[in-house]
Design a protein around this ligand. Structure first.
Ligand code: NAD
Ligand code: UGA
Length: 317
C-alpha cells in the first residue's frame, strides 16, 4: 500500500511510519517540524525513519494546500496525525490549535474529498473529548459535549467536521481516540518524560493536583497496532477508542518511572491545571471487534522501555 502520514516527524507518526516501512509499504511523510518542542527530536526521528526504509519526506504545513494535494494524489490511505497536541498549552497559544487542528483538519478533508476516488482517511482524535464525563469506561456511544480544554474542543470539532464530510461526500474516514500514549521517542511535554527528566537532572518532580487522578496510559506499540489495523482493514465505524483499559493513578506513574530510573525524587505539589480531567478509561469492546485491537504492554514494561531509550537519547542529543 502507499500511505501518506501527516505529522510523520512526531511521536506517534514516527512509530506508525516505521511500522509501515517495516511491513514494506510505501510511505510519504509530511511535517512542519514546528517548535512546540525541540525540533531536533523531530529531525532525529526523520533520520531514524530514513535509515529504516525508503521514506519520501517533505517539510511542509497542512495549510500548504497544493503540496498536500500533490502528496495525497496516489496514496491508498491518508493517516492524519499532524496536530497541535497538549492539553495545558492551549492556554498559552490557543491559535496554534486553530491552525493545526481546525484549519489543518479541513485542509486534509478537502484534499481527500476532491480526489477521485477519495483515499481512505484514518486520523487521530483524543480521549480528551470525553471531557468531564464521569461514567467509566468511556464508550464511543457516550455523549461528548463537555470538553474542558480548547485542545479537546478542537479534537471534538474535528470529529464533527469528519462526520459531516462522511455524510456529504461518502468518505471512508475513521477517527481513533488515543488515550495518553507513551513510549520511546515520546513527547517531552508529557508527564512520564518530565518525571524521568527531573530524576536524571536531580530536580523535584512537579505533580499537578490530586495524585489519585488517573490516565489510561497506552503503550505506543499497542497504538500502532490499532492504527495499522485500521490502515489495512476498512471498517464502517466513525470513531474508535485506542486505550489500555487500565487507568493509572499519577502517584503510580511516578513510582514506576522512579523504579525504572533507579532513583526517587522529591515531589513538589502544584495546583490542578485548568483543562485537565480527573480520569480517563477506555472501553475497548468496539475497537476489539472492528480492528482486533488488544493492548499487550503493561505500564512497568512500557516505562522501562521508555527509560532505556531516554538514557540513550540523553547520551546522543
Ligand atoms: P507530536 O507533536 O509528537 O506529533 C505531531 C506532529 O505534527 C509534530 O511533529 C508536528 O511538527 C506536526 N504538525 C503539527 N501541526 C502541523 C501542521 N500544521 N502542519 C504540518 N505538521 C504539523 O504529537 P503526537 O503525540 O505524536 O500526536 C499525534 C496525534 O495524536 C495528534 O493528532 C494528537 O493530537 C493525537 N493524540 C496524541 C496523544 C498522545 O498521548 N501522544 C493522545 C491523544 C491524541
Ligand atoms: C495526553 C497528551 O499530552 C495529549 O496530547 C493527548 O491528547 C491526551 O493525552 C489524550 O489522551 O487525549 P494528558 O493525559 O494530559 O494528555 O497527559 P500528560 O500531559 O502526560 O499529563 C498526565 C497527567 O499528569 C495530568 O494530570 C497532568 O496534570 C499531570 N502532570 C503532567 C503532572 O502532574 N506533572 C507534569 O509535569 C506533567
Amino acid at each position: 500500500m502507499k500511505v501518506l502520514v501527516t505529522g510523520c516527524a512526531g511521536f506517534v507518526g514516527y512509530h506508525v511510519a516505521r511500522r509501515l516501512l517495516a511491513d514494506g509499504d510505501a510511505v510519504v511523510g509530511l511535517d512542519n517540524l514546528g517548535p512546540y518542542y525541540d525540533p531536533a527530536l523531530k529531525r532525529a526521528r526523520v533520520a531514524a525513519l530514513r535509515a529504516a526504509g525508503p521514506l519520501e519526506f517533505h517539510v511542509g504545513d497542512l495549510a500548504e494546500f497544493e503540496l498536500l494535494r500533490a502528496l495525497a494524489a496516489d496514496v491508498d490511505v491518508v493517516v492524519h496525525l499532524a496536530a497541535q497536541p497538549g492539553v495545558r498549552h492551549a492556554l498559552v497559544d490557543p491559535f496554534s490549535y486553530e491552525r493545526s487542528n481546525l484549519l489543518g483538519m479541513l485542509d486534509v478533508l478537502e484534499v481527500v474529498r476532491r480526489r477521485t476516488p477519495p483515499p481512505r482517511l484514518v486520523w487521530a482524535s483524543s480521549s480528551s473529548v470525553y471531557g468531564g464525563n464521569v461514567r467509566t469506561p468511556f464508550a464511543e456511544t457516550d455523549r461528548v459535549d463537555d470538553p474542558v480544554s480548547l485542545y479537546a474542543a478542537t479534537k471534538r470539532a474535528g470529529e464533527l467536521m469528519v462526520h459531516s464530510y462522511r455524510h456529504l461526500f461518502g468518505l471512508q474516514a475513521l477517527g481513533l481516540r488515543f488515550f495518553t500514549v507513551y513510549g520511546p521517542w515520546g513527547r517531552p511535554d508529557m508527564a512520564y518524560w518530565r518525571f524521568a527528566e527531573a530524576l536524571f537532572d536531580d530536580r523535584p518532580l512537579e505533580l499537578y493536583g490530586d495524585t489519585a487522578a488517573s490516565r489510561d496510559m497506552t503503550y505506543i506499540d499497542d497504538v500502532v497496532d490499532g492504527v495499522v489495523a485500521a490502515v489495512r482493514r476498512p471498517v464502517p465505524d466513525e470513531l474508535l477508542n485506542l486505550g489500555n483499559a487500565e487507568p493509572i493513578p499519577l502517584e503510580r506513574l511516578v513510582e514506576t518511572v522512579e523504579r525504572a530510573v533507579g532513583r526517587t525524587g522529591r515531589r513538589l505539589s502544584g495546583p490542578a491545571q485548568p483543562g485537565d480531567v480527573a480520569t480517563t478509561f477506555a472501553d475497548l469492546e468496539r475497537s476489539k471487534a472492528a480492528l482486533g485491537y488488544e493492548p499487550r504492554v503493561r505500564l512497568e514494561e512500557g516505562i522501562a522501555r521508555f527509560v532505556e531509550w531516554y538514557r540513550w537519547w540523553r547520551s546522543v542529543r
